[in-house]
Design a protein around this ligand. Structure first.
Ligand code: DGY
Length: 429
């Protein structure tokens, strides 16, 4: 089915409203019945076109569950629901409202600036941005303290779930080092909602659970977790998001007259930028993950290595090389951007983060392409996103066939559609 823009917007608004729980939005019914960190922030980008106040509330709710050390967790378990595993009884983080004990890509700073700068209600935006910028800033300071204890300028992920790209091929080698002894018996719930062929394998889940148990055994003390984890990976995509969000909170801080906060954020950006280029691979013509345990780059070409465009990282030549990768991947499939290089034998077009296209990633990469002066390439990615929704507002899509996969009526897919069609309308107005 082909939608015109106003139908697409209406349908997106319906999905957002169906998944709205008043002060937060679930990613989708059944599969993900709580609040997820980066889902919520990206949801606000679409929600603002429907109700700006409600968009701010989404971020406020997330920020209200920040840990005292600054970490903002990846799941807030606002309600009891045994349709999801692992729930609060497994995490045991001891928070007043239960949360997970790990984090997720920090898009909050980026979203706060965009909500503020493009707000229709300027008074509300100023009050909300002033109230929320401190949470994003504290979270970023936490990242560099807890996840970069040696001060390299780049932060490590301690769990594949932190990347948001759960079962990416990027983690295969590092995850293979994670043991599986002593895992408590468990029953997955994801595969009762979604075809197992579109989800991670049991071997991965075992290791996801081993890491959770390991960190739980350390009392979720972030001063200990980094060095104690056998999984420590520096993801170029994640670090690029952190750098971009730090730039954005610096700009927002300046706009709000918070010069101390802005100066400190700019200093973090300068240090991270200086460190970042060691993730570049001349052989692969893109950025790669760095395994902090082995000290080696990970030979795995995923979309995480294209996301540095989002922070305008690299020389113009490197940015151009990333645009060439995107064009190649798009040409090898029907729809871009695949989450993994289609030429890699490990590419699986239906399995979650090992091949499928995600509209939120398309959005972040396209924003980066535009920022790097590659507007035509950005528009091509947006066009792919809007074509894909003909397969419904799915969690992710097969890049070869366009089939919608994973959870249905998915919030962040709808949010991206609302954002894209409203931006398109504003551009022609
Ligand atoms: C899941 O359960 O699949 C989530 O991605 C973890 O956050």
């Amino acid at each position: 089915m082909t939608f015109d823009d106003s139908t697409a917007f209406e349908r997106a608004a319906t999905v957002l409203s169906e998944n709205d729980r008043g002060t937060y939005t679930v990613p989708t019914k059944g599969l993900y019945p709580f609040q997820w960190n980066w889902d919520s922030c990206l949801t606000a980008l679409g929600q603002r076109h429907i109700d700006e106040a409600r968009a701010w509330t989404e971020i406020e709710t997330l920020a209200a569950h920040q840990w005292p050390d600054g970490m903002i967790p990846h799941i807030i378990f606002h309600v009891a629901d045994d349709g999801y595993f692992p729930g609060p009884d497994v995490w045991q983080t001891g928070r007043p409202v239960p949360t997970s004990g790990i984090t997720q890509p920090p898009v909050m700073g980026f979203v706060l600036r965009r909500l503020y700068e493009e707000a229709k209600d300027k008074g509300l935006a100023e009050a909300k941005a002033r109230a929320l910028i401190g949470a994003a800033d504290a979270w970023h300071r936490w990242f560099y303290a807890a996840r970069d204890p040696e001060g390299t300028g780049l932060v490590a992920l301690l769990h594949p779930w932190e990347s948001g790209r759960d079962n990416s091929c990027d983690w295969d080698a590092a995850l293979a080092r994670v043991p599986t002894d002593g895992i408590e018996p468990y029953q997955r719930r994801d595969t009762s909602h979604v075809d197992a062929a579109q989800r991670p394998h049991k071997a991965e889940y075992d290791r996801y659970l081993w890491l959770v148990q390991r960190f739980r055994g350390l009392g979720w003390d972030n001063a200990k977790l980094h060095d104690a984890s056998p999984f420590r990976v520096v993801d170029p995509g994640f670090n690029a998001i952190l750098i971009r969000s730090d730039e954005d909170i610096a700009a927002l801080g300046e706009a709000l007259g918070m010069t101390g906060l802005a100066t400190a954020a700019r200093a973090r950006v300068a240090k991270a930028r200086a460190a970042f280029e060691r993730l570049w691979s001349e052989v692969h013509g893109q950025y790669l993950c760095l395994d902090r345990v082995t000290g080696e780059l990970v030979e795995s070409r995923s979309v995480g290595g294209l996301l540095p465009l989002f922070a305008g990282l690299g020389t113009p030549e490197r940015q151009q090389a990333l645009a060439v990768r995107i064009a190649e991947w798009r040409a090898a499939t029907r729809f871009g951007i695949a989450s993994h290089d289609p030429a890699d034998p490990r590419f699986e077009p239906k399995r979650y983060w090992r091949g499928p296209v995600w509209l939120i990633v398309n959005y972040l990469v396209a924003d980066g392409l535009a920022r790097c002066g590659l507007a035509e390439a950005a528009e091509a990615v947006h066009q792919d996103s809007l074509k894909l929704i003909e397969g419904g507002f799915a969690e992710y899509y097969d890049p070869v066939t366009g089939q919608g996969l994973g959870g249905g009526n998915f919030t962040w897919t709808a949010a991206m559609v609302a954002e894209l069609v409203r931006k398109r309308a504003e551009a022609v107005a």
